[in-house]
Structures are given as C-alpha cells and as structure tokens.
Design a protein around this ligand. Structure first.
Ligand SMILES: Cc1cc2nc3c(=O)[nH]c(=O)nc-3n(C[C@H](O)[C@H](O)[C@H](O)COP(=O)(O)OP(=O)(O)OC[C@H]3O[C@@H](n4cnc5c(N)ncnc54)[C@H](O)[C@@H]3O)c2cc1C
Length: 450
C-alpha cells in the first residue's frame, strides 16, 4: 500500500517524543512542520542543538524481555521506532541495558529528521498553540510561555511544574507478614503499615541521613523546598526522633503481631485504582536510586520491595492526564491538539518516546478518517495509556513502565523474571496481532517513505 502525501501536522519540540512523532508521520506521507527552540533558546538542561538530546544518563534502561522496560523496547522495535533504530546504531556495551554514545545517537536522529523531504524545520520558541493538527512534545522543561498557554487550555489548575514524589512499590513484593492494614485510630484497609522497633528505626534513620543524594541542577536550586514537602532525608537530618514525630509517627496504630503500638511506622497508600501499586507516604526524596533501594529496604516489610518508580524531586512540566487528556492523548474538548512525551504524565526516555509514537499514530488515523486506535491493554504501551486515563486524579504522578501497571496474569508465577517473560510473550502477541489488524496504520516497512 503506497500512502498518498497530504496534510500538515505541526510538532512542537524535537526531543525524544517529537522526533519519533515527526518521523512516524512523515514516513506515512504526512507533511510535518517541526518547531524546536534550540539552539537559539536552550532549556536549563540541554547543552546542544541536536534533536533527541539525552539530558542526563546515556542509558535507555533495561533491554531484556524479563524486565518491563525491555517489553516496552520490544514493542517500539516492532513498530519501527526511529529512536530505537538510532539507539541500536549507537549502542555501547552495557550488559543488559541499552546504553548509547549520546552524541552519535543525537546526531543520527538529527540526520534522519533533517534529511526527510516531508519534514520542515523551524528554530524558534513556540509561545502560542496553533490550530490543529498539533502535537505538543515540549517536554519536562517546556518554556514558560508555552506552559502558561497549555495551563490555560487545560482548565488552569492541571499543569504542574515540579515533581516531588515518593517511591511507588509493587504491592505483590511487600512482606505482608511484617505489615498490617489500618488507619490511625481506625480499622480499615486505607493504609498498609510497616512497623519498626527501636533498633530498626535508629539504624534506618542513621543510614538515611548518610545516604548519597542526587545532585540538584543549578536551576532546581532556585526552587526552594516547601516546608510541607521536604525530602525525607532532610527531615531525618533534623534529629533522631524528628521522623518519629512526623511521617513515621506510630500514634493510633496497634501492630496485631505484638498487640502493641510500634516504635515507628512507615505508611503506604494506594497509588492506582487497581490497588497493585502503593506509595510511601511522606517519602519524597532526592536520594540516588541505588541508595533508595538500599536504605528503604531496611524497613522490614520492604526488604524485598520492587520499586515501580523511584522518588524524585526535579523540575517537571506535566499535566494531570486523567483530567486533561482523552484516550487519544488529545487535550479534552479539542479535535486535534495532542500532547506527546513526558508532558503527558509518563516518566523516562523510552516512555516519552512511546508517547510520541502513540500521539503520531493517533493523529495519523484521525487525519485519514480511520477508526480511533485502541492500543491493546496487554501491552506496555497500552498499560501506560491506561494509567494516564485511569489513575487516581487526586494523587496523579508521572509513571515509568512497570509490572504494577500491566494487567495481572491469570496464573501465579513467583519468580519475577519468569513472570515478566510471560507478560512479554502476551504483549508481543497482542501488539503483533494489532499491527496486522491495522494495516491502515502500520504499513509494511517497504511502503514507508524515508
Ligand atoms: C534534568 C532531567 C534529567 C532527566 N534524566 C533522565 C534520565 O536519566 N533517564 C530517563 O529515562 N529520563 C530522564 N528524564 C526524564 C525524561 O525522560 C527526559 O526529559 C526526556 O527527554 C523527555 O522526552 P520529551 O521528548 O518529552 O522531552 P525533551 O526530550 O525534553 O524534548 C522537548 C523539546 O522541546 C523543546 N521545547 C520546549 N519548549 C519549547 C517551545 N516553547 N518551543 C519550541 N521548542 C520547545 C526543548 O528544547 C526540547 O528539545 C530527565 C528529565 C530531566 C528534566
């Protein structure tokens, strides 16, 4: 099937999501105007004018199918992702992870985009949202003028500028023999309580205070911590008992295992509607991820906890997706203004890329009058989209791909790798089936224009 050439989509931002979206549309015969503010106007974290610049780590995460990140990569490969192709060509040895030579990677993406005959580039800051079709892929460091416009268009209160989140854990990985349900002074299942005795608490407090913190960027140092939202390590450093009189206070709680009030209690609160994910209350943190693994696993019930996402505190522009976006990633109430990338409420290089792919293909189908895409729920991409539409609005936080957002298996598999490999098999079958059912959206490789 040769696709005719027509129409024009404006894409704002040539980061990971915008580059993927531009290439996917152009290779299906759609003209694209890609507007990128760099190098004329830089963000506080980007250093070059190249497209798809990786602002921090050069690792795109795990690349084996026994990890959720690997499942997402597999799906992107099956859909001929430009970002995956360029990552493959600039790959560096890094065990099971997909690490890249960041300069080569960004050069390759830039070359492919700039040489595509259907993509026109404009280097300027976008300060107004044009009439659609438009894909806004301006990322976690969206310029202030554009962020203000997005905020106005999305009801004024559903756009956030800063992410201060506690770690989110998979419920299935918590040791329920060392935890109990209940709210302070009430017996219910609103909170999962993780008790500690005096020795456990004091060792935990000492390790927390001395754990290694992630460096803050200069532009983030200008954002002072709110007193009500201090990093947990900062509270701990104010005195050995400060946590015990703060987020870890044990009052109103009785441990059924001892019949007594614990010395300190870490509380976990439900994070998704399905109840598979729980966040640690009051544990917004700036610790390095490896340190979060080490220190938070000192809490006895969390000794084998799996992190669905780590705590972070950084500048991050994103929307409250369940309030703001429809299932096609369009701003609710608009016909063809899409968001893509991290601003949709996902977190991470690959998740952002995936949301670029989705926004592009959704808009392609809309332009060509096709049926709206219904991304299979069994896939990592479908699960991220499900999270964006279904998460708790009150506590909405950007999400990485993880097993807790993928559908539960019908069978019980204890070993995490085996469980993940099974999920991977189901997702691959689902995405392959979908690709063959929707030939209008997924043409054969030889029919796409490069
Ligand atoms: C400091 C920092 C470090 C991070 N580190 C990691 C990490 O190590 N690993 C990880 O997986 N994720 C990381 N992330 C999260 C995220 O995965 C990346 O930010 C990712 O690049 C997001 O992809 P994106 O396409 O949504 O946005 P980006 O890649 O940031 O692309 C957005 C583009 O839009 C442009 N733009 C912004 N405003 C305008 C405007 N008004 N007009 C025109 N162009 C505009 C920007 O210049 C940029 O090129 C980090 C985020 C931040 C902020």
């Amino acid at each position: 099937m040769m696709i005719e050439k027509c129409d024009n989509v404006m894409i704002v931002g040539a980061g990971l999501a915008g580059s993927e979206a531009a290439w996917q549309l152009a290779s299906r015969g759609i003209r694209v105007t890609l507007v990128e503010q760099r190098p004329e106007r830089m963000t506080p974290a980007h250093k070059t004018g190249s497209f798809a610049e990786l602002v921090c780590s050069n690792s795109l995460g795990a690349d084996n199918i026994s990890s959720p990140a690997g499942i997402l990569k597999k799906e992107l490969r099956l859909m001929n992702s430009l970002i995956m192709e360029c990552a493959e060509s600039s790959r560096l040895p890094a065990g099971r992870a997909l690490a890249v030579d960041r300069e080569r990677f960004a050069e390759l993406v830039t070359e492919r985009i700039t040489s595509h005959p259907l993509i026109t580039l404009e280097h300027r800051e976008v300060t107004e949202i044009a009439e659609g079709p438009v894909i806004l892929a301006s990322g976690p460091l969206t310029s202030t003028a554009l962020a203000d416009k997005i905020r106005d268009m999305t009801g004024g209160k559903f756009l956030y500028f800063y992410d201060a989140v506690s770690p989110v854990l998979e419920l299935a990985s918590i040791d329920m023999n060392r935890a109990f349900w209940g709210s302070r002074y009430e017996e219910n299942s609103d909170y999962l309580n993780c008790p500690m005795n005096k020795d456990e608490y004091e060792y935990f407090q000492e390790q927390l205070v001395n754990a290694e913190r992630a460096p803050r960027h200069d532009f983030e140092k200008k954002v002072p911590y709110f007193e009500a939202c201090l990093p947990v390590e900062e509270i701990a450093s104010r005195g050995v008992d400060t946590l015990r009189f703060g987020p870890l206070k044990p009052v109103g709680l009785t441990d059924p295992a001892t019949g007594e009030r614990p010395y300190a209690v870490v509380q976990l609160r439900r994070d998704n509607k399905e109840g598979s994910l729980y966040n640690i209350v009051g544990f917004q943190t700036n610790l390095k991820w490896g340190e979060q693994d080490r220190v938070f696993r000192l809490i006895p019930a969390l000794s084998n906890a799996e992190f669905a996402r780590y705590g972070v505190m950084h500048r991050n522009v994103y929307v409250n997706a369940p309030e703001v976006l429809d299932e096609q990633l369009r701003i609710k109430g608009t016909e063809d203004i899409y968001l893509a990338g991290q601003i949709t409420g996902v977190e991470g290089y690959m998740e952002s890329t995936a949301m670029g792919m989705v926004a592009a293909l959704n808009s392609f189908s809309h332009i060509r009058g096709g049926a709206p895409l219904e991304w299979p729920r069994e896939t990592a991409i479908g699960s991220l989209l499900f999270y964006l539409s279904d998460a708790e609005v009150k506590t909405f936080r950007p999400m990485n791909v993880n097993l807790g957002i993928l559908p539960k298996l019908n069978e019980k598999i204890r070993d995490k790798r085996e469980r993940c490999a099974k999920v991977a098999q189901i997702s691959e079958e689902a995405i392959s089936r979908y690709i063959s059912e929707r030939k209008d959206i997924f043409p054969a490789k030889e029919d796409i224009s490069r």
